[in-house]
Design a protein around this ligand. Structure first.
Ligand SMILES: [Zn+2]
Length: 150
């Protein structure tokens, strides 16, 4: 499932990517053909009021990202897979690849390098991710989604 975010929902798209969801950002209204890839048609999250002819458009009401997530929780929760959490670049929406520890040494803080054994890297922007990349609060929130909304 693809969850397309309107460009004005950039923060929301980053949270969805953090959950491992495929969440590209688009500038204009969505035409399903663009993202049609054999599976179910994608959802389109937007704050736009007009010109919404695409049938899977979901209008977001809140301006605050955590409230936006609450609004779409029933839609996204069934698609959150625990193993896929933090498997995608938050900036690029590209799946991360495993990176050798020695290769990331100069791209992460020294403390991080010494405290984590496994690293992942975005093949597009080269950003490095590790087990503690998301905060404890975020982790708790993700666990809550997985246990309470599936
Ligand atoms: Zn990236």
């Amino acid at each position: 499932m693809i969850f397309i975010c309107d460009i004005m929902l950039g923060r929301l798209s980053r949270y969805l990517r953090m959950l491992g969801l495929d969440a590209p950002c688009v500038k204009g209204p969505v035409f399903s053909e663009i993202f049609e890839c054999g599976g179910e048609p994608p959802y389109f999250f937007t704050k736009r009021q007009k010109c919404l002819t695409y049938e899977r458009t979901v209008r977001i009401r809140s301006d605050r990202v955590m409230e936006q997530l609450e609004e779409i929780l029933p839609i996204i929760a069934p698609h959150v897979i625990p193993d896929a959490v933090m498997s995608r670049c938050i900036e690029c929406n590209v799946p991360l690849v495993a990176a050798a520890r020695e290769d990331v040494e100069h791209h992460v803080p020294e403390y991080i390098y010494h405290h984590y054994a496994e690293f992942k890297q975005c093949p597009s922007c080269k950003k490095v991710y590790w087990g503690g990349s998301h905060t404890g609060k975020m982790k708790k929130w993700i666990e809550d989604i997985i246990t309470n909304h599936r």
